[in-house]
Design a protein around this ligand. Structure first.
Ligand SMILES: [Zn+2]
Length: 131
């Protein structure tokens, strides 16, 4: 049965849990997380953000784990995401070609159902709570 929840709230929920999971899993000691693009340290909850390699407007990569990394606000906002560095570090971290794969995937048009997005939110919530 299809859900009656409002799609925009479901999207927000998936973003929220994914962001929490990505930032907390970037912690190196206690609550201190590391920025993926500059290495700066900060509290995962209060000082760090979830930065997207391919824009959040692209639903094919919006919740792809490798597309979203922990960033400081300077990299994510002031420097527009540091996309070039982001891509280089993706290849270093996950293997050559990772950035290119995400660029390719980002160009795919996908239409997720509200139920599918609810599943994504639940999956990230579980991953977050298991940290
Ligand atoms: Zn940074």
């Amino acid at each position: 049965m299809a859900t009656k929840r409002k799609r925009s709230n479901v999207v927000k929920d998936a973003d929220k849990w994914m962001s929490a999971y990505i930032r907390k899993s970037a912690c190196v000691a206690g609550d201190t997380a590391v920025c993926f693009t500059c290495g700066k340290h900060g509290h995962w909850k209060y000082q760090m953000q979830a930065g997207h390699f391919q824009s959040r407007s692209k639903y094919s990569t919006r919740w792809a784990e490798r597309n979203v990394r922990c960033q400081c606000s300077h990299c994510n906002i002031t420097n527009g995401g540091q996309q070039y560095l982001f891509g280089l570090n993706l290849d270093v971290t996950f293997g050559e070609g990772t950035a290119q794969q995400l660029v390719q995937k980002g160009m795919e048009l996908v239409k997720l159902t509200t139920d599918e997005i609810i599943d994504i939110a639940q999956a990230y919530r579980q991953k977050f709570e298991a940290l």
